[in-house]
Design a protein around this ligand. Structure first.
Ligand SMILES: Cc1cc2nc3c(=O)[nH]c(=O)nc-3n(C[C@H](O)[C@H](O)[C@H](O)COP(=O)(O)O)c2cc1C
Length: 197
């Protein structure tokens, strides 16, 4: 009774949503990705910064360039998923901040003139946006298979030669295929996680 989200939507996004390891051949369209992005872009970040960048890997040639940087086991999944995306943090996100925070444009220089501060903020907030994106994939009736088992320096050099981006994850997307799931692993309970002071 405490949640007002429709129970079917709760299942779709959380209880029955699983991390897929295999996929059917059904394509994932640009329209689906656009609908996902146009939904999850409203989720909050610090100072409304939007450092997440999403590279859709559609050509066979690009997929081969990506797969060779993935860990054993992950490479097979990315070879067979209908669509693979590279999720990265743009470490120069602050250039757009005055548009995203028009009432305090001076924060761009006040807060983010230091590259180290910028990178930390980009990584943190792009990771938040990645979580929202994964939920958006589920909202589209698709399954996501996020992966961080890869050579990050290799992917950054291969796909982000400007040196201004840091890969966060590679995400396989599609309809789950045969034997798509590992067994569900336990989650911490409320009492293990939440304290009241
Ligand atoms: C950021 C992130 C990185 C992950 N990296 C990998 C990976 O490199 N390889 C892999 O097989 N699974 C990877 N996973 C999948 C997780 O192990 C999986 O989402 C988690 O165990 C929950 O599984 P469930 O959704 O089936 O309950 C990753 C998941 C996330 C969110």
């Amino acid at each position: 009774m405490s949640l007002i989200l429709d129970p079917a939507a709760q299942d779709l996004l959380f209880r029955q949503a699983r991390t897929a390891n295999t996929f059917t051949d059904e394509p994932v369209t640009d329209e689906q990705i656009k609908a996902i992005y146009d939904l999850v872009k409203y989720a909050p970040t610090s100072m409304n910064q939007q450092p997440l960048r999403i590279v859709l890997v559609r050509s066979d040639e690009a997929r081969q360039r990506l797969v060779r940087h993935l860990a054993e086991g992950n490479n097979k999944k990315a070879e067979t998923a209908p669509l693979v995306a590279i999720l990265a943090a743009d470490n120069e996100f602050h250039e757009e901040l005055p548009e995203q925070l028009p009432h305090v444009p001076q924060l761009k220089d006040l807060m983010f003139s230091d590259r180290g501060v910028r990178e930390q903020s980009a990584r943190f907030n792009a990771a938040l946006q990645m979580g929202y994106f994964i939920l958006g994939i589920r909202a589209a009736g698709l399954a996501a298979g996020p992966m961080t088992g890869f050579d990050a320096d290799g992917i950054n050099a291969e796909f982000f030669s400007d040196g201004e981006h840091s890969v966060l994850a590679v995400v396989n997307m599609g309809k789950p295929g045969e034997n798509a799931w590992f067994d569900r692993s336990p989650r911490l309970t409320y009492d293990q996680v939440v304290t009241t002071i």
